[in-house]
Design a binder for this molecule. Structure first.
Ligand code: ATP
Ligand code: ATP
Ligand code: MG
Ligand code: MG
Ligand code: MG
Ligand code: MG
Length: 237
């Protein structure tokens, strides 16, 4: 087959080889999970089962490629996998890495779903699927900043979403009223609104919601202050 007269079409294939000696980050993100989460009645703003399912999938991906991985970090419907700079996985082919990580993750998501959503089966018209990309970072500073960026994103989103939904659920506001109340407020003001209007001390919210989830290359799942521990996390890399 390989030597038929049709074989020349293979020459049309191109392969993106990721720069050597750079840290590769694979980020996957759920497609239309706003809708998906509504369909399966996720608790708002944070469905714990869904987050634990994401973590379990990420852990299985990490364990499969542990020798190439430094760590993985996730929040909401996304996960980032950070590879060692000397990784030679799939000859550093971008398409291979991105597609194999995301399909392994998705296969896990579907197969582990019943373990976390015990009373609700996936239906064929609303299946989970994810996009995936590879990005390279040239040095340790940049890759630490990448992780810090996702961590800050978790914090900002979670604080906003917690306040937004509490104003609706506890104070009976409409989504529009809640949005207006929070518009233009800084972090400390949102925390104050949560405390005064909803009786909630943001500090007491679950660590997984506030800090996201980090999977070490040994498979431990942690909810830690990434920025405070950034140097330790990359110590051996
Ligand atoms: P896109 O396809 O462009 O990624 P999206 O609808 O997935 O669109 P995102 O920006 O990725 O948009 O946001 C994911 C959305 O999924 C969140 O805004 C939230 O509504 C929902 N979501 C994800 N995980 C959870 C969770 N654990 N609990 C509740 N809602 C969640
Ligand atoms: P790679 O990961 O490099 O793709 P591979 O083992 O998947 O490695 P392929 O060249 O893609 O190698 O070949 C797929 C192999 O899977 C086939 O050689 C065959 O052994 C097996 N296979 C796939 N589909 C079937 C099928 N329907 N029935 C029996 N065997 C199958
Ligand atoms: Mg998106
Ligand atoms: Mg998404
Ligand atoms: Mg997302
Ligand atoms: Mg094959």
């Amino acid at each position: 087959m390989a030597n038929s007269r049709f074989g020349y079409v293979r020459d049309f294939e191109t392969h993106d080889t990721l720069l050597p000696q750079t840290y590769i980050v694979v980020r996957i993100d759920g497609k239309k999970f706003h809708e998906f989460s509504k369909h399966y009645d996720f608790a708002k703003p944070n469905d714990e089962r869904a987050l634990r399912l994401m973590n379990a999938c990420a852990k299985n991906v990490v364990m499969q490629y542990r020798t190439d991985l430094i760590l993985a970090y996730g929040e909401s419907d996304e996960y980032s996998f950070i590879l060692r700079r000397d990784s030679a996985l799939f000859n550093r082919r971008s398409d291979k890495i991105a597609t194999l990580f995301v399909s392994l993750f998705t296969a896990n998501y579907v197969s582990l779903w019943p373990k976390f959503f015990t009373d609700r089966a996936l239906d064929g018209k609303h299946l989970p699927y994810f996009d995936s990309r590879c990005v390279v970072y040239p040095n340790l500073t940049a890759v630490k900043d990448y992780l810090s960026w996702r961590f800050v994103d978790t914090h900002i989103n979670n604080l906003y979403n917690t306040a937004f939904w509490q104003l609706i659920q506890k104070c009976g506001m409409t989504p529009q009223e809640s949005e207006n109340r929070l518009s233009g407020t800084v972090s400390s003001e949102k925390q104050e609104i949560l405390f005064k209007d909803c009786g909630i001390n943001y500090n007491n919210e679950p660590e997984m919601f506030k800090k996201g989830s980090l999977v070490t290359n040994k498979g431990a799942i942690l909810h830690i202050d990434v920025i405070k521990q950034i140097d330790e996390l990359f110590e051996e890399f």
